[in-house]
Write a new protein. Structure first.
Length: 169
């Protein structure tokens, strides 16, 4: 006897513990399946002493000196582009308090033209310390900023003092 079913089979219900699979033609397909490691394809084991040492991590912008980096960071805070707490981990001692006091009035904020660092100079009073000055321009206005950087035991540079030249009337 040949039995014919008149109803179409119901699809199996989806599990309720995970979301449905996304079928989007714009997304690339998955990675090809990996072949299992065999003795021929397994990497050769070398002793730790024979391995080449890893290179130290590089900065986000290679070749940028700490003087340039901190001048840009301080300019962003003092012009109102970034909040003061953005510099919290990059300052030490009373520098954060001085920076917060200076940034209250956004002394380097201008209308229209963004201020930029025009020139940077520095003096090395001792190993691990830099005294830096920066000339900042915004249009036809020129301002001066000075700050001190000290290198900690962890070899990270931190700002320890910040000053701005008073505005000329």
């Amino acid at each position: 006897m040949n039995k014919v079913m008149s109803r179409t089979p119901q699809p199996q219900p989806r599990p309720r513990h995970r979301p449905p699979t996304r079928h989007d033609s714009r997304r690339p397909g998955g990675a090809p399946p990996r072949a299992p490691l065999t003795s021929r394809t397994a990497p050769a084991r070398t002793p730790q002493s024979a391995r080449t040492p890893l290179s130290p991590p590089t900065a986000a912008v290679p070749g940028q000196r700490p003087t340039d980096l901190f001048a840009d960071r301080l300019l962003a805070v003092l012009s109102g582009q970034r909040p003061v707490h953005w510099m919290l981990r990059h300052t030490a001692g009373r520098a954060y308090d001085d920076l917060a006091r200076l940034a209250e009035h956004s002394p380097l904020r201008t209308r229209g033209i963004r201020p930029v660092v025009r020139d940077i100079g520095y003096f090395v009073p001792r190993t691990g310390a830099l005294e830096v000055f920066a000339r900042i321009t915004a249009g036809d206005r020129l301002r001066a900023m000075a700050f001190r950087l000290e290198q900690g035991h962890d070899l990270r540079w931190r700002c320890t003092a910040v000053e701005l030249a008073p505005r000329t009337p």
